[in-house]
Design a protein around this ligand. Sequence first.
Ligand SMILES: *Cc1c(COP(=O)(O)O)cnc(C)c1O
Length: 356
Amino acid sequence: MKKHNFSAGPAILPASVLQKAGNAVHDLNGIGLSILEISHRSPEFVEILDRSVQLVKDLYQLSDDYAVLFLTGGASSQFFMSAMNLLDPSAKAAYLDTGSWSSKAIKEAKLFGDIEVLASSKDKNYNYIPKGFDVPEDISYLHLTSNNTIFGTQYHSLPDTKAPLVCDMSSDIFSRNIDVDRYGLIYAGAQKNMGPAGTTLVIVRKDLLGKVNREIPTMLNYETHIKKNSSFNTPPVYPIFVSMLTLEWVAEMGGLDAMEKHNREKAQLMYDAIDRNPLFEGVAEKEDRSWMNATFVMKYENLEKEFLDDCNAAGISGVKGHRSVGGFRASIYNAMPIDSIKVLIDVMDDFAQTHA
Ligand SMILES: *Cc1c(COP(=O)(O)O)cnc(C)c1O
């Protein structure tokens, strides 16, 4: 039986995407070859890549000022690649520290220029999004992590600055509408909300590139990948293909408006259940709660294991919290059906009744 998959990542994909991805492993669109055994220069793959780029452009309504790349190395490589390409050794960038991923981004960026950390929520184990800080004017960019996968917080409004934003959107890419013009660079590992592990989406404003006074290795230079349409070397063919299928699904579902509405409803349902249930407690500050990862704890820690056993018996997978937060985390990405959330809520309610 197919489980209710609440994994934080690699994470749930739409059932129709899995079906098509499986078929293409045997035979891609009836060409008599598997997607796994064709050249990345073949017309079939070039079409897949072009279509993937076009879907990203259409969904975010990107102007030609932006380039769309499918790279490798994960979001973690973007921590240094973004700074290497955008931050001159003599210049400054501002960062916001809202969790483990932001901290890692800060550590890497410090190799390339002056980094000012404007605010951090580390004092409360990252359970909120800092507000009320000033953003200096003399910065090349402001970096933020839009959704903090581990801690369950998310920006619901953007900091006030004229500087371009550089944003790690790994865990909420394509989950809602964004004011795309404010971003200079967006990056996201595919495996949370866009596809399988193995490719990283980069959306970059082209005029920000080519301005830093340093040598950049060919493979780490965004301009290389723009010139070669993400095919300077062999791109991750299958992860790109499955990402394309997922983006097609997003478009078919009605695009970002529909995703946002759906995700808002799902998150509301999940948090309402947490708030009214006497045994559970939300981790993140209410106004900063993530629509993608709902973190919560059991008021009586000794019951945690029993609750996870009940989840398991109901076919629920992946709700154990990250070790740095404890408790539980329900990752309810785009592809998570509302019915699976209802199954989890029923288990929570039943558990509270038997332990009242
Ligand atoms: C998972 C995650 C990462 C790490 O992604 P990799 O592709 O494994 O490098 C970075 N940032 C955020 C917000 C994440 O959720």
